[in-house]
Design a protein around this ligand. Structure first.
Ligand SMILES: [Zn+2]
Length: 194
């Protein structure tokens, strides 16, 4: 199947006001596609890799789980309008999901039901999307640890891989450990963490 769901950012937490209308979500997606440099770069990288995408690749849904979005290999990227509020959240969610699309495009044999394959893409997406940018970590209340970025990437990847029905939390943890060095250091298609 290859469906993935990704945990929400700060404003999606319980107790926070969160969510927007499908119309406003669409407007934010369009803004992101036309203006966000990282999103634009990833879209160009997909085209160069032989996987061009158009606006129909992006869909808006009301999601029952507390997730910002997801990627489905045969359908495209979903953004959950009921779980995103701000433009920055949409920018990060699109970047994250487009990294999955990029990984799917560049690796012909990527198997999303394989916990290590999935773990690698989640590590990359959390590392490169801005998911773990310092400001967002502050909003989550995580302020006091060295190597905060790595810790955040590991935690976010674990949440997402743990949502994979083929991967228990235990399997997700060991999968992340096994692929960590390779995938944390793999910043393609960027030269370094953007
Ligand atoms: Zn993800």
């Amino acid at each position: 199947m290859g469906a993935m769901d990704d945990a929400t950012s700060a404003s999606g937490r319980d107790g926070y006001p969160a969510g927007t209308t499908p119309e406003n979500c669409q407007r934010m997606i369009s803004l992101s596609l036309s203006r966000n440099p990282t999103v634009k770069f990833l879209r160009e990288a997909l085209t160069k890799s032989g996987c061009p995408i158009d606006e129909k690749f992006f869909k808006i849904e009301q999601c029952s789980m507390k997730v910002a979005g997801g990627f489905k290999q045969d359908e495209g990227v979903v953004i959950c309008s009921n779980n995103v509020t701000h433009q920055e959240e949409v920018d990060v969610a699109l970047t994250h999901e487009l990294l999955h699309a990029y990984d799917h495009c560049r690796a012909a044999n990527l198997d999303w039901s394989n916990c290590e394959h999935h773990a690698c893409s989640e590590i990359r997406a959390a590392n490169l999307s801005g998911d773990c940018a310092w400001k967002r970590e502050l909003l989550r209340g995580n302020t006091n640890i060295q190597k905060q970025h790595q810790i955040c990437v590991r935690r976010r990847a674990l949440i997402s891989v743990g949502l994979n029905p083929n991967c228990s939390m235990l399997r997700a943890t060991s999968a992340i450990d096994r692929v960590w060095n390779t995938c944390y250091n793999d910043t393609q298609p960027f030269d370094r963490v953007p």
